[in-house]
Design a protein around this ligand. Structure first.
Ligand SMILES: *[C@@H]1O[C@H](CO)[C@@H](O)[C@H](O)[C@H]1NC(C)=O
Ligand SMILES: *[C@@H]1O[C@H](CO)[C@@H](O)[C@H](O)[C@H]1NC(C)=O
Ligand SMILES: *[C@@H]1O[C@H](CO)[C@@H](O)[C@H](O)[C@H]1NC(C)=O
Ligand SMILES: *[C@@H]1O[C@H](CO)[C@@H](O)[C@H](O)[C@H]1NC(C)=O
Ligand SMILES: *[C@@H]1O[C@H](CO)[C@@H](O)[C@H](O)[C@H]1NC(C)=O
Ligand SMILES: *[C@@H]1O[C@H](CO)[C@@H](O)[C@H](O)[C@H]1NC(C)=O
Length: 444
């Protein structure tokens, strides 16, 4: 008898426990402190892409990241994997909150990306320079958070609200690596990945990128919401070690389509100097500032493979680098386009921070610490015998819109934080210097 009662009590309490833990999971899932998305590199195209899980049931989309992109767009196919997609109507509250370009319709059979009376946005592919007016819509996304110790993936979450994106015409994919079907915009807009995520999850409006240097099986990160950036075996919080410089507003939009008077939503910084092995190079300082027409200055771009410099800056860097390289007994060989200074790999030693070559330092406003590029970020192997300076000439006639465009190769293996709360860019020292890299296996 007694054991019978015990048995029932046991089942009863087990039921309570189960009920309790189910409701616990539903109501008490802690709010994430930061979200994380992967970054992979396609080494043939030098494109960096992330993966986002869309709709219900979820499915993965690989999309190229673009710091200058305004929103996410991808090829939605026949729409069968976006069963919970809904177009945004023209004139709706959501439509007025986005950078919209009127109303779009469609005469083909209805599917995601082909609906009438839909809020139009301008989707741009910078690789092909194609610009399409497309309808914007929304669907659920499923995202990963960073664990409490900052070292792994924590809980995963459905976004509280659907995510805004646009379904792209298949022709808009021209120039994108085959493993991807669209682009994810990370510009300072209401529709960028980080703005939507930090708004929905009520996180500080900050995001950081840590871009990998090698191919797809190694994975860098986009962090959204700030917090800790911890890389083993250098288990210190890199967020505490970032050196910062103000983000500068370019008063004239640099987007392919914009409204008169709009400022740029790309990320500009104020470069004060460039030096090679501690010697300043000669730069016309008026090229380093942004004029009233929005020309000049320095921006960061993940869709530019190698940093592009206006011709006079490029020539000056090349001169100084070649002189410093000669002192290091680096042997010049014939240049390999698009690069202008190439060397025999045999004449260059290697180290934790890549080939041992003259340092290139960028001096930034409000900052005593330079952004230092070691060989891993300043030299690129073009074949097994030849390495070249990984900077390219942006031309001078016509003058490039932006004098310095810091490209993806130069951003690899740094933690770079875009803090839109205090309008600052934070840059770590090279993770290679700490015997670690952006490439961690913690992500799917
Ligand atoms: C939609 O596309 C998917 C994948 O391309 C395919 O498997 C499916 O059969 C298509 N559905 C229809 C209705 O065409
Ligand atoms: C859009 O409206 C036009 C004109 O009324 C109609 O012919 C077309 O089928 C509609 N398209 C969709 C996708 O509903
Ligand atoms: C991508 O696909 C196109 C068309 O199918 C093909 O011509 C091209 O070689 C592919 N590129 C890569 C890098 O696989
Ligand atoms: C510096 O650049 C500005 C703007 O491009 C130009 O007007 C000026 O002539 C240049 N100065 C020198 C010394 O080259
Ligand atoms: C980002 O956009 C907001 C809203 O338009 C603007 O107030 C802010 O100055 C921008 N910040 C930067 C760094 O561009
Ligand atoms: C990095 O590793 C090298 C050897 O693998 C070692 O000599 C060096 O001290 C390490 N540096 C740091 C910062 O841990």
């Amino acid at each position: 008898m007694s054991s019978y009662i015990h048995y029932h009590l046991f089942i009863f309490s087990l039921t309570i426990l189960l009920l309790f833990s189910i409701s616990d999971a539903k109501t008490k899932k802690p709010k994430p402190t930061a979200l994380v998305f992967p970054i992979r590199k396609d080494v043939d195209s030098n494109q960096y892409y992330t993966t986002i899980e869309f709709s219900t049931p979820h499915n993965f989309k690989n999309i190229v990241i673009d710091l200058g992109g305004q929103h996410t767009w991808f090829n939605c196919g026949n729409g069968s994997d976006l069963p919970t997609y809904r177009p945004i109507r023209c004139g709706s509250k959501k439509c007025t909150s986005v950078n919209n370009f009127g109303c779009v319709g469609c005469n083909l059979p209805r599917k995601p990306g082909c609906t009438n009376n839909t809020c139009g946005v301008a989707s741009y592919n910078p690789y092909s320079n194609d610009l399409y007016a497309q309808g914007i819509g929304e669907d659920a996304v499923y995202v990963d958070s960073v664990s409490n110790n900052g070292l792994s993936i924590g809980l995963s979450y459905h976004s509280p609200q659907p995510y805004l994106f646009s379904c792209a015409h298949p022709d808009l994919l021209r120039g994108l690596t085959n493993s991807t079907t669209g682009m994810a915009g990370l510009a300072n807009t209401t529709t960028s990945l980080h703005t939507q995520m930090s708004t929905q999850f009520n996180l500080p409006h900050k995001f950081a990128i840590c871009m990998p240097s090698a191919s797809s099986y190694v994975i860098g990160q986009i962090f959204i919401g700030g917090g800790m950036y911890i890389y083993p075996p250098y288990n210190k919080d890199i967020a505490a070690e970032l050196s910062t410089t103000p983000l500068v507003i370019n008063p004239v939009s640099t987007a392919p389509a914009y409204t008169e008077g709009d400022p740029s939503d790309e990320y500009f910084i104020n470069v004060k100097s460039i030096s090679v092995d501690h010697k300043l190079i000669v730069v016309n300082s008026s090229l380093l500032s942004i004029d009233k027409q929005g020309n000049g200055g320095t921006k960061l771009s993940t869709i530019t493979a190698y940093t592009k410099l206006e011709t006079s800056i490029y020539k000056s860097l090349l001169n100084s680098f070649n002189k410093a390289a000669a002192l290091k007994k680096m042997k010049r060989v014939a240049s390999v386009a698009p690069f202008g200074a190439c060397f025999s790999s045999k004449s260059i030693a290697s180290s934790e921070t890549g080939p041992v070559v003259p340092y290139i330092d960028i001096g930034l406003a409000g900052n005593s610490q330079n952004w230092r590029f070691y060989g891993a970020n300043s030299m690129v192997s073009v074949n097994k015998d030849v390495m070249c300076l990984a900077f390219v000439d942006a031309g001078s006639k016509p003058k490039p819109r932006t004098s310095i465009v810091i490209g993806g190769y130069q951003m690899e293996n740094y933690v770079i934080e875009f803090d839109l709360v205090s309008s600052k860019l934070g840059i770590s020292t090279s993770l290679l210097f700490h015997n670690t890299t952006c490439s961690q296996s913690l992500l799917r």
